[in-house]
Design a protein around this ligand. Structure first.
Ligand code: SAJ
Length: 438
């Protein structure tokens, strides 16, 4: 493979393009967003990810990496554009409402390849998509070129499976699935990714690869929903869910995940909907898991209300806004949902996000130091299990919190330590703290 064009320079496309360029492939990164391209041309990147800036600079230094708003002719094309939900539109099946994917970006990226497509080329879709997208949407568009998929050019689906925060390492080390519309397409895909992938490369057909990607994240969503539902049940029964989960996990075939304020990010809370929209009559469990996880921020707010009474005028210090621990990404974050719900109840919230000190969210007051957020607060609510928060010692907060109350919506804290220091420490799913405090 001599040259590659990567369409979409987001969280996946940008590091992928840079990986190929630093491994000797001539890469053109293409994005329709002019701002992204002009920032990149000035060696400035729009994505926060450990090691990414260095990788991009290295890619530019090779002389093999260029960026543009146009699709360049190449031997291979990777489509890594977003597949968001349609705004203001839902599907309905019986009494169930579900979200609908917006495949507009995949369609227009595919269309933009058509004029460049030539015999012998390879096209790979990486965007998370409903099952059968490669065969039923991408293939017919590419064939408008007059060339036939599987005969004149190769076509495959290969999902990204990297964890935000560890993208660079996981791109290289994770196992990669490549699903071809025929055997040769899968093999040509393998040849391309072997440029830098050290993990196992598994070949299959395109629809199976699409289904694998959705299954992985849906499996996780359903399992987190069980953990969240257990937190509600434990709360009702006066049981500490964290203790119960850790004991249950001693069973050799049980591995319950952690409850929390909800499921965020751009993958786990989204991907199950691709199944539901394609087969709403079959996906009852997946639909229900989405309801549980989406309503977890409201459940967390109920716990806070139970602890504080009316939230009207209460001064709350919120620790953490990102969608999960130790990352800076505040989009699609259940922590942000909790803050907004608290505000709707009349609470005065100051939020501190150590990974994004300049976080700007309309209507939410953020501070650049922990002290600023704490000053004058009645209570601390911990919304993300960031390392910094787990390391806080009770005496660090003693002089700040008028009510000496800490409410954690995440695990990892030693409540005895806080209680010994004179705090009222309330934790999601810890029904016991309710009994002990009564
Ligand atoms: N969460 C819990 N409890 C848990 C684990 C996670 O409440 O026990 C929450 C997190 O706080 C977060 C959400 O779930 O809000 C998702 O976090 P995550 O770490 O599970 O996953 P993501 O969205 O950062 O990345 C996932 C990964 N998929 C799987 O682990 C199966 C990653 O490998 C995928 O590449 C990525 O989705 C993606 O892009 O699809």
């Amino acid at each position: 493979m001599k040259s590659l064009c990567v369409l979409g320079l987001g969280y996946i496309g940008l590091p992928t393009a840079a990986m190929f360029a630093t491994h000797g492939i001539m890469v053109q990164g293409m994005d329709v967003n002019r701002n992204i391209i002009s920032r990149l041309q000035n060696k400035d990147i729009h994505i926060e990810e450990p090691g990414l800036k260095e990788l991009i600079l290295k890619a530019f230094d090779t002389g093999l990496f260029t960026v543009s708003n146009e699709v360049a002719p190449a031997d291979a094309y990777i489509i890594a554009v977003p597949t968001p939900f349609k705004q203001n539109q839902v599907g309905e099946f019986n009494w169930k409402e579900y979200k609908l994917s917006d495949m507009g970006a995949v369609i227009s990226a595919t269309e933009s390849i058509v004029p460049q497509l030539k015999k012998g080329d390879l096209v790979i879709l990486e965007s998370t998509s409903p099952v059968r997208t490669t065969a039923d949407i991408v293939k017919p568009i590419l064939e408008k070129s007059g060339l036939a998929a599987g005969i004149d050019f190769s076509l495959a689906y290969s999902p990204e499976r990297v964890l935000p925060g560890q993208i660079i390492r996981e791109l290289e080390e994770n196992a990669r699935v490549i699903g071809g519309i025929d055997r040769l397409s899968a093999e040509k895909g393998k040849e391309l990714y072997l440029t830098f992938v050290k993990g196992e490369i598994i070949l299959t057909d395109a629809s199976t690869a699409e289904m694998v990607k959705l299954m992985e994240n849906t499996y996780r969503d359903v399992n987190i929903a069980i953990a969240n539902e257990f937190s509600r049940l434990a709360d009702r029964f006066g049981v500490d869910v964290w203790e119960a989960i850790s004991i249950a996990n001693h069973h050799p075939r049980v591995k319950i995940l952690n409850p929390g304020p909800g499921v965020g990010g751009h993958c786990i809370s989204i991907d199950p909907w691709f199944f539901v929209e394609s087969a709403p009559d079959l996906s009852n469990l997946l639909w229900m898991a989405r309801q549980v996880n989406d309503s977890q921020p409201a459940f967390v707010v109920e716990i806070i209300k139970r602890a504080l009474g009316s939230l009207q005028g209460k001064r709350i210090c919120a620790f953490g806004l990102s969608y999960k621990a130790n990352v800076d990404d505040i989009r699609e974050s259940p922590a942000v949902d909790v803050v907004r719900l608290l505000q709707q109840e009349g609470a005065l919230v100051k939020a501190f996000e150590p990974y994004k000190l300049d976080a700007q969210l309309p209507g939410i007051t953020t501070t650049s130091t922990m002290e600023e957020a704490l000053r004058g607060s009645d209570v601390v609510v911990i919304l993300v299990a960031h390392r910094q928060f787990l390391n806080i010692r009770p005496r660090d907060l003693k002089h700040f919190i008028s009510n000496q109350m800490v409410i954690s919506t995440v695990g990892g804290f030693n409540d005895d330590e806080w209680k010994a220091a004179g705090f009222k420490f309330i934790q999601l799913g810890n029904g016991k703290s309710r009994w002990f405090s009564e």
